[in-house]
Design a protein around this ligand. Structure first.
Ligand code: ADP
Length: 170
């Protein structure tokens, strides 16, 4: 028997610059738990510098991977997260938690978002052990120095990253 899903819609925000197998693990787990999942790709991340890939590119990378699910959509956004969630009728914001370092930032954001929208619950999925060390910034660092990243990101992302970083003269 297929378990009933009645969690409604969840948004999964992030910069996804670029998407990694760690992100995709969280997306697939959320897709199992919620009726609908909207992956929200932050257009211009506040706490990060210039992104390597445009919002359109970051969206396209994720879309290629989630097409098989049927209940996952990918959308860029540049508004307040709770407004983006409301716009899509989401009851939950889902985030992946890797380590203590993620916790501190997420704890602060949780308090702020709760103040703005007490009706939208934030839900945290613990990173799977095999991806708990994996971050987009780590991937970019590895790619910059020519290390293999093929087992950490989808093949076309690895290629795009190598092309982009070497095009920048590194
Ligand atoms: P990053 O820190 O890798 O740049 P993002 O800002 O794109 O990540 O993160 C989007 C969401 O995915 C966040 O909730 C983040 O904590 C989560 N996430 C990122 N990498 C992983 C991972 N390897 N395992 C679980 N969750 C992750």
């Amino acid at each position: 028997m297929t378990p009933e899903k009645n969690g409604g819609t969840a948004v999964l925000p992030g910069s996804y610059d670029p998407v990694t197998f760690g992100h995709l693990d969280i997306i697939s787990r959320a897709a199992n738990a919620f009726d609908n999942v909207i992956v929200g790709v932050v257009n211009q991340p506040v706490r990060k510098q210039q992104t390597v890939f445009s919002a359109e590119e970051r969206v396209a990378f994720i879309e290629a991977e989630v097409a098989e699910y049927g209940n996952v959509q990918v959308k860029p956004f540049d508004t307040l997260l709770v407004d983006f969630a409301r716009e899509h009728g989401a009851k939950a914001i889902v985030k992946g938690l890797r380590a203590i370092s993620d916790f501190e930032y997420e704890f602060e954001m949780n308090q702020l978002n709760r103040k703005l929208a007490a009706d939208i619950e934030s839900v945290y999925l613990m990173a799977s052990p095999e991806y708990s060390f994996l971050s987009s910034s780590g991937i970019k660092e590895l790619a910059t120095f020519g290390a293999g990243i093929e087992d950490l990101v989808p093949p076309y992302v690895a290629k795009a990253l190598h092309d982009r970083l070497s095009r920048q003269g590194r």
